[in-house]
Design a protein around this ligand. Structure first.
Ligand code: HEM
Length: 512
């Protein structure tokens, strides 16, 4: 018996000594001094991202922050981004799942929250090769154009309504409606908003599910024990609320799937372009579980919706602030398209200034200023520092895109900079990373870019935009919400005046 105790004691001694030795020899990036147990959790005042931006000034382009027992490393220059995405991409491609995220994603059954394992590689491949293939992207173009023209029509109705004469419109309302309809049609293959503008029961259910998800996440992320692994068991999640949420979401998805399979049986058609149809068709070929399909569908909705509307709102704010740039884009469109037809995606190649506006908006206002954290699956080195296994690496793409060391006058919105130098934004140039880079790069980048450019093109070709009544351009609030998706803190308002013949404001409806 004595020798068993001795053995246990020796093992414990060795483990503790090894841990102390590692802690003493490891060289972590600098950062605010952590307190026992809670780390820097209570140093975060108001917004986490605001603090990160402040700490960059103090500690430099790489620093570490402790939330309870988890180490977070924040990197903020393009050289370090290269080290993350080029030299250590695979080791930094896991995700950190909080307890609520683990519940929503059924422990990473989809793409967004899966660790970099064979399941992830398979699903990412399906997304790239099947869901976002150039062929499907082109086949879905009429839906994008339908929804963008529906947005133009809806703005036209409101701004020409005598009741609204010289009143400003809240731009976000139209952008959000257009992206909701677009992404839900892409994902679920049906339009939930009727021609009368009334949302169907299923559409309302999708919105309620998304809002409920946010509420559940928010209540969790503010609690310190979420970050202290050994304390969590004392504070169990409200498992009933999560189970209800997941059951509700899954039931809705199943209901839509059934509608599709009934419609297919009736019509005998099999080839459909929506993600739900594509994934059900590919289910056997790729051995996908129902949970994987449901997770992918909802992750697409979550990632696609806000990013697009937010990018367009920022771009419009910049163009309302500087009417010269707005005019320049309109002159380009008047020359290429004229005023007796509307813009289509096929015009993009002849509209370099419009494309530069979209790019400059994604540079100066990336919708996710910090990428979703990447978790280290093994210890790596960044900037000469040790980044231990299980650390979360946050890439501050906003700081990188505003770094005066690599951008001239970085705070100025100047689309011309991309006429002078063509900079890649899909993950090959580490100065400009609105879609991330490496293994976890956004699979919807081209789709998102097409939609952002199309929305901007239509808004600028169809209308003149001026600041809300009484506001000077310089009064427009350009602060952001400091959330994961950085919307404008104050929703943009503008006075909108049509500039094309009336018959060009009709929705071009299609049903694929
Ligand atoms: C302007 C539009 C968009 C922007 C700026 C954007 C940006 C991003 C960023 C920054 C990431 C995280 C990369 C990382 O973790 O390192 C991401 C991931 C992702 N995005 Fe997008 N996105 C856009 C549009 C879309 C659209 C339209 C969809 C789908 C319909 C989509 C689906 C996804 C998914 C599924 C992921 C997770 C990828 C993974 O973890 O491997 N995104 N996106």
């Amino acid at each position: 018996m004595d020798s068993i105790y001795q053995l246990c004691f020796s093992i414990l001694f060795l483990v503790i000594s090894y841990r102390i030795f590692k802690k003493l020899t490891i060289r972590l990036p600098p950062g605010p001094c952590p307190r026992p147990i809670v780390g820097n959790f209570y140093d975060i005042k108001l917004h986490k991202f605001e603090c990160f931006n402040r700490w960059v000034q103090h500690y430099g382009p790489i620093f570490s922050v402790w939330f309870g027992s988890s180490l977070n490393v924040v990197i903020s220059n393009s050289e370090l981004a290269r080290e993350v995405f080029k030299e250590n991409d695979q080791q930094l491609a896991d995700r950190c799942r909080s307890r609520s995220i683990a519940k929503f994603s059924k422990s990473g059954k989809g793409l967004l929250w899966a660790d970099y394992e064979p399941h992830y590689v398979k699903v990412k491949n399906i997304c790239v090769v099947e869901l976002f293939s150039p062929k499907r992207l082109e086949a879905l173009r009429p839906i994008r154009e339908d929804e963008v023209t529906a947005m133009v029509e809806s703005i036209f109705k409101d701004c020409t309504n005598p009741v609204n004469r010289s009143k400003s419109l809240v731009v976000r309302k139209y952008l959000e409606a257009a992206t909701f309809n677009n992404i839900t049609r892409l994902v679920f293959g049906k339009r939930f908003e009727g021609v009368d503008g009334v949302m169907s029961e299923q559409g309302l259910e999708i919105k309620a599910t998304l809002a409920n998800r946010l509420e559940l996440i928010e209540s969790e992320s503010k609690a310190v024990w979420e970050h202290i692994r050994w304390l969590r068991w004392l504070f169990p999640l409200d498992s009933k609320a999560f189970a209800k949420h997941v059951a509700r979401r899954d039931a809705l998805t199943l209901q839509i799937m059934k509608e599709h399979s009934l419609a297919h049986q009736k019509s005998g058609e099999t080839v459909k372009q929506s993600f739900i149809d594509a994934l059900v068709t590919l289910q056997e070929k790729y051995d996908l579980s129902d949970d994987t399909i449901t997770s992918i569908l909802w992750e697409m909705v979550i990632m696609g919706m806000d990013t697009i509307a937010t990018s367009v709102e920022w771009a419009m704010a910049e163009l309302i602030k500087d009417s010269r740039l707005q005019k320049k884009a309109q002159i380009e469109m008047d020359q290429v398209i004229g005023s007796d037809r509307i813009i289509t995606e096929w015009d993009f190649s002849n509209l370099p200034y419009l494309r530069c506006i979209a790019k400059e908006a994604l540079r100066l206002h990336p919708p996710t200023p910090f990428l979703l954290p990447h978790r280290a699956s093994s210890q790596v080195k960044l900037g000469g520092y040790d980044i231990p296994k299980d650390s979360n690496v946050h890439v501050n793409i906003s700081a990188i895109a505003r770094d005066p060391a690599v951008w001239k006058n970085p705070l100025e919105f100047r689309p011309e900079r991309f006429m002078e130098e063509d900079v890649d934004m899909k993950g090959h140039d580490y100065r400009l990373l609105p879609f991330g880079a490496g293994r976890r790069v956004c699979p919807g980048a081209q789709y998102g870019l097409n939609l952002v450019t199309s929305m901007l093109g239509h808004l600028l070709h169809h209308y003149n935009w001026t600041p809300a009544d009484g506001l000077m351009p310089e009064d427009i609030d350009m602060e952001d919400s400091m959330e994961l998706v950085a919307q404008m803190r104050t929703p943009l308002q503008a006075i909108v005046a049509p500039r094309l013949p009336d018959h060009l404001y009709k929705r071009v409806a299609v049903d694929l």
